[in-house]
Design a protein around this ligand. Structure first.
Ligand code: FMN
Length: 348
């Protein structure tokens, strides 16, 4: 019964992602400006957009973020996303593998991503709740280069069947991080990582954080829409906008490696994310929507659109590679500036 409901939940998430819009928060990128350099001093063809991660090279610093797997209907989605990740040398995370750890018939819906992309960066995904031995099985299942542990309290408490126990998560994360055979990324799913949370994570040995800020796919809206109990909530605007989350953590000077996600929708959002200190940007909702269209044309178009704008933005800000982009001057205005002021961030 429980297994059946987990698989059904995965299909409900897809259906509701298609029905519901991003937000209502903005990820905050409209408050971030890079400086136009009228004399960029670089030729278009000399721009190097590549980024090295875990001993492999991405052509662009883009990760297709955790989406799906589990129900057999999702195998085709992971197949398309795996193909595209291989074609464009992007990273990819699979959706939560708990279904496959509980029922081997779901394993193929995850393995397909590795089959389509034997050499690329593939990231396993389980809950931060997961037992260490199961997390290792998830890594082995897809020969993953890294492991995402998702932390999603906001989503769980809006899920009728969701978890209500969160006090043990730090101990569990600490155990997995200290024993994992691959790098571990702690990932929010759209409500952001605060400075306080980043400090806690750092203190238990975490090196990689996917900030998963608000402004994109909104799991409070999705779970409220699937709930049989209450449909209305005042909390849809809950969360830390992605740009604020990145900057809060950057301002701490903790040696954490950041992945930006939550509402990254185009090449300019990605460009700004890297200028704010992220190693890469991760995108979920738009890839799912494109993957549900026939063939792979829509996903290819989406990737090319993001990559082209990203490279153009690099040229116009005078950055010949990702290292330059990290050092590019950034202007922070409006709500994000106010947020950082209120938080006494040195980044304001
Ligand atoms: C249909 C759907 C399923 C998702 N499933 C997972 C999951 O299994 N594990 C996870 O860590 N995140 C999951 N996510 C969250 C995304 O990885 C991402 O954190 C979130 O959607 C915010 O990014 P976005 O605004 O680019 O969509 C899912 C997202 C969607 C839309």
């Amino acid at each position: 019964m429980e297994k059946k409901s987990r698989l059904q939940r995965k299909l409900d998430h897809i259906e509701n992602t298609l029905k519901l819009s991003d937000g209502p928060n903005s990820p905050g990128f409209e408050d971030i400006y890079l400086i136009h350099q009228a004399l960029p001093g670089i030729d278009w063809h000399a721009i190097d957009t590549s980024q090295n991660l875990w001993g492999k090279t991405l052509a662009f610093p883009i990760i297709i973020n955790a989406l799906t797997g589990g129900p057999l209907e999702t195998e085709g989605i992971n197949k398309k996303l795996g193909l595209i990740a291989a074609e464009f040398s992007l990273g990819m995370a699979v959706g939560s593998q708990t279904a496959a750890l509980e029922n081997s018939s779901s394993v193929r819906t995850f393995k397909i991503a590795r089959k389509m992309n034997p050499k690329g960066i593939l990231i396993a995904n389980v809950s931060a709740n997961c037992a260490y031995n199961k997390a290792v099985k998830a890594v082995e299942m897809i020969e993953a280069d890294a492991l995402q542990l998702h932390i999603n309290a906001a989503q769980e408490i809006f899920m009728d069947e969701g978890d209500r126990l969160f006090s043990h998560l730090e101990d569990n994360i600490c155990e997995i991080v200290s024993r994992s055979p691959v790098p571990v990324i702690i990932k929010e799913v759209g409500f952001g990582i605060s400075l306080e949370c980043a400090v806690k994570l750092f203190n238990i040995g975490v090196e990689w954080v996917d900030v998963g800020g608000s402004g994109g796919t909104n799991f409070i809206k999705i779970e409220a829409a699937r709930s049989e109990g209450w449909h209305a909530t005042s909390l849809t605007s809950w969360g830390i906008p992605t740009a604020a989350s990145l900057l809060e953590i950057k301002g701490s000077n903790l040696p954490l490696k950041l992945i930006a996600s939550g509402g990254i929708r185009n090449g300019l959002d990605l460009l700004k994310s890297l200028a704010l200190g992220a190693v890469a940007g991760a995108i979920a909702g738009p890839f799912l929507k494109a993957a549900l269209r026939p063939g792979t044309d829509e996903i290819s178009k989406l990737v090319m659109h993001i990559c082209n704008d990203f490279k153009k933005g690099m040229l116009l800000s005078g950055c010949k590679n990702i290292a330059d982009l990290k050092k590019a001057p950034v202007i922070i205005t409006g709500f994000i500036k106010e947020w950082l002021n209120e938080r006494n961030s040195p980044c304001k």
